[in-house]
Design a protein. Structure first.
Length: 354
């Protein structure tokens, strides 16, 4: 028998009084114990509103939220945040600047459980600092730490009361690129080591793919697709998901049987399901394009960027359409060259014209 999910969302809707358009519409999903869910989507898609509803900062217009088998949110009854067994990590860390690191962590512990002894609080602080890799910093103040260290302290403060669920609202957005890349893997390891379920909001597809066990791609208040990172990347359910999650080109194409006809050439892939003649768009990821210099080819290299381990090319077809390609550094095509473009994929995606 499968254990009950830690969180259940059923037919959740939210309409703010100032706007007739729903901020969230018919959201349904479950979160399992120890699972990390990424809420991914552009600004205004509803991901932060969903997080605030789960936290208890907002009440739903319809639907309900169940946490640990207890219904915590309905339109008639909304249990406040401090009475839910959840932890919150904010985008701006929200650390008390005049508190030491130990006092910042202890604040949540004392607030959540007034029966904890001083010795128990001290022990929990040390355990949590060890978990986030910052042992020995308990007597420092937030301004004495780097941005990455402050974010780990914010995570430690949320984890210390041992919540059933931790919620993270774009926790890495204020950090520079190098620190973000390093910290996103650390955050996943810390949450997994703590054995706690987590939901985090991000608009960064790479971040979502790296941290999540499953991803909910959101658009205009609805869930466009829900699945594992591999499922969403390799089999996007719509053009929106394909465009948002992958770095892809979309070529107007006509397909007949197993052959695509595009302005850059005809391509045959045996893996495609034979269909009658149809028009739409062929999705090709940047890394799936092979560039072959050829004087009479229909594509011109307009720009080349060196990205360390690869080149990224901006290409233009004779019709004026722009494409992008990524190649290893062993392939260096001069700007201004004409190239034949070959598609290297056994998993084609073709979106029919609506």
């Amino acid at each position: 028998m499968n254990p009950a999910p830690i969180l259940q969302i059923k037919e959740l809707c939210k309409v703010f009084a100032t706007n007739e358009i729903p901020a969230l519409s018919h959201i349904n999903f479950q979160l399992q114990q120890g699972e990390i869910l990424g809420l991914l989507g552009p600004s205004g898609c509803g991901k932060t509103t969903l997080l605030r509803l789960i936290a208890g900062f907002e009440a739903p217009t319809s639907g309900h939220i169940t946490l640990n088998s207890d219904i915590v949110s309905t339109p008639e009854r909304n249990i406040p945040p401090e009475q839910r067994n959840t932890g919150m990590v904010f985008q701006d860390y929200a650390l008390f600047p005049h508190f030491t690191i130990a006092d910042n962590i202890a604040f949540g512990l004392r607030h959540r459980n007034k029966k904890l002894s001083k010795q128990a609080i001290k022990k929990r602080i040390q355990e949590t600092l060890t978990l986030v890799g910052l042992t020995g910093l308990e007597h420092r103040y937030p301004h004495e730490l780097s941005g990455g260290q402050q974010q780990r302290i914010a995570l430690a403060r949320a984890l210390a009361p041992r919540p059933a669920l931790i919620l993270l609202d774009e926790p890495l957005s204020n950090l520079d690129v190098q620190v973000r890349h390093h910290l996103r893997q650390e955050i996943r390891q810390i949450i997994k080591a703590a054995g706690i379920s987590a939901i985090f909001v991000t608009h960064d597809q790479e971040e979502a793919l790296a941290i999540s066990d499953r991803i909910a791609v959101m658009r205009a208040g609805k869930m466009e697709q829900f699945g594992t990172p591999e499922e969403i990347y390799t089999n996007p359910s719509s053009r929106f998901v394909a465009e948002f999650v992958t770095q892809a080109n979309f070529l107007p194409a006509k397909i007949s049987g197993d052959t695509w006809e595009t302005e850059i050439g005809k391509f045959r892939v045996a893996a495609i399901t034979p269909v009658d003649i149809a028009e739409g768009e062929l999705m090709v990821r940047e890394e799936e394009l092979e560039l072959i210099p050829q004087a009479e080819a229909p594509v011109v290299v307009r720009e080349r960027q060196f990205l360390g381990r690869e080149y990224r090319y901006c290409l233009q077809t004779d019709s004026g359409k722009y494409l992008h390609a990524r190649t290893g550094i062993q392939t260096m095509v001069p700007v201004g060259s004409r190239v034949e473009v070959k598609v290297q994929t056994n998993q084609p995606h073709f979106f029919l014209a609506s």
